[in-house]
Design a protein around this ligand. Structure first.
Ligand code: CU
Length: 226
């Protein structure tokens, strides 16, 4: 059976989940084919049916505080940031060298000037989708902003786990995204029924492609740049 067919079968399966205490929390665990946990995986839960209706009142858009995507040691930190649609993101530069951040992604095209420190206002991410960031000075720098249409999102930590707490009970479509995953994001979709009587745990296995990164330039080869 091909991997794609397997993924489609998974997508069509309503999940049976385990409930053990009093909050409606959703927990996610992601491992690769070798069983190793995968960090930096975005986890999106979209309410459907009753969960969707009960959520309408409290969905007031993104919170006011901007999210931060820093530049440290000539890398984006974090490499993957997930925000609700409408969120402002600040791009401070914590390095002594200047960076020039840009994106050509349809969900948000922008280009900041060459700068050090924190001189520019935040960028508002007003359309759902994935945004790939680059730096015009350092070709190897790559970062991602996942702009979520729902407020129910999380990102896995180094142990490959993530959690979304205090969710309204009901039915959700849950999907995952990672910049190097082999299958398409939509093929990861699963239906999850979340009951009020306890957290639900969903486990996934995800295949990643090797990350194709431009090698870092070090030493004298980069000496001419600001
Ligand atoms: Cu740079």
């Amino acid at each position: 059976m091909t991997r794609r067919r397997q993924a489609l079968l998974i997508a069509g399966t309503a999940l049976t989940v385990t409930h053990f205490c009093s909050a409606a929390d959703l927990r996610l665990s992601i491992v690769g084919n070798s069983g190793k946990p995968i960090p930096e995986v975005v986890f999106i839960a979209t309410p459907t049916g009753e969960a969707s209706a009960s959520r309408t009142r409290s969905q007031s858009g993104a919170s006011g505080a901007p999210a931060i995507l820093d530049q440290i040691n000539k890398e984006f930190v974090p490499e993957v940031l997930v925000v609700r649609v409408g969120t402002s993101v600040l791009f401070p530069n914590s390095d002594s060298v200047a960076h020039q951040v840009y994106s050509f992604s349809p969900a948000k095209k922008f280009a900041l000037p060459l700068y050090r420190g924190r001189p520019y206002p935040p960028v508002v991410f007003d359309k759902a989708g994935t945004v790939t960031l680059g730096c015009n000075i350092h070709d190897w720098m790559v970062g991602y902003i996942y702009v979520s249409e729902t407020p129910f999102f999380a990102k896995t930590e180094s142990a490959g786990t993530a959690a979304i707490d205090d969710m309204p009970p009901g039915e959700y479509t849950v999907r995952v995204w990672h910049p190097n995953m082999e299958q398409g994001e939509e093929t990861t979709a699963r239906r999850v029924i979340l009951n009020a009587d306890g957290p639900s745990t969903v486990e996934w296995e995800l295949s990643l492609k090797p990350a194709l990164r431009v090698p870092r330039v070090t030493g004298s080869a980069s000496a001419g740049y600001p």
